[in-house]
Ligand binder design. Sequence first.
Ligand SMILES: C[S@@+](CC[C@H](N)C(=O)[O-])C[C@H]1O[C@@H](n2cnc3c(N)ncnc32)[C@H](O)[C@@H]1O
Length: 221
Amino acid sequence: MLFGKTKTERLRDWMFDSDPYAEFDRASAPADPQGWGSDKPIFRTAIEAVRPKTIIELGTWKGMSAIHMAKICEELGLETEIVCVDTWLGSPENWLEREDVNGFASMRLHAGFPRLYDTFVANVLDAGVERYITPFANTTDNAAVVFKKLGFACDLLYVDAAHETEPVLKDLRAFTPLVRKGGWVVGDDWKWGSVRKAAETFAKERRVQLEHEANKYWFRV
Ligand SMILES: C[S@@+](CC[C@H](N)C(=O)[O-])C[C@H]1O[C@@H](n2cnc3c(N)ncnc32)[C@H](O)[C@@H]1O
């Protein structure tokens, strides 16, 4: 276990030799601050309740929920690290629903590969919150293995990657054990039957008290 035994508690210090944002060419991506329910009241409620040292976000897209959380942390004077886990390759629906301007087109394919990560970095820099946000470009499955091996924990987990029942349930099962006692888990897309089924299955399994409002669900750990 690395974390908790070393001086640093920030994933960024372990992961990068230098500032991950420093090499970015800001001119390479247009401003595109679009998200989905990324600024709902539950973020403030959870952050004020927990005052998190670490937030893990599963599913970041263009960064709007992470940026919103970073601004709340800044306002509250918290030195929070928000670790964003995303492949930045999009979810199945982003590849399937071609007519959605905030889906496939937003991924800005170049030579067959999405440039969504560049949009995320551009938005984080434009918002001026890069010191709070640490990107971890990987699948949630791989991140769960890495975090577990490192002993990396969080106080607030935001679950917003996949939307199918099995992967959401897998994310909840893999990451909830990394949330410190007293922490919160918040998830998006309660209105998706598949997500709701995953959240309800997990709540029953772990005997946690599930609450929901405005398409978000949450429980305390
Ligand atoms: C709904 S978007 C996140 C929206 C963001 N939280 C916001 O509020 O703007 C879902 C994101 O999850 C990512 N994603 C989906 N499945 C994933 C997986 N298994 N591992 C890592 N990222 C994944 C996609 O690339 C996409 O960017």
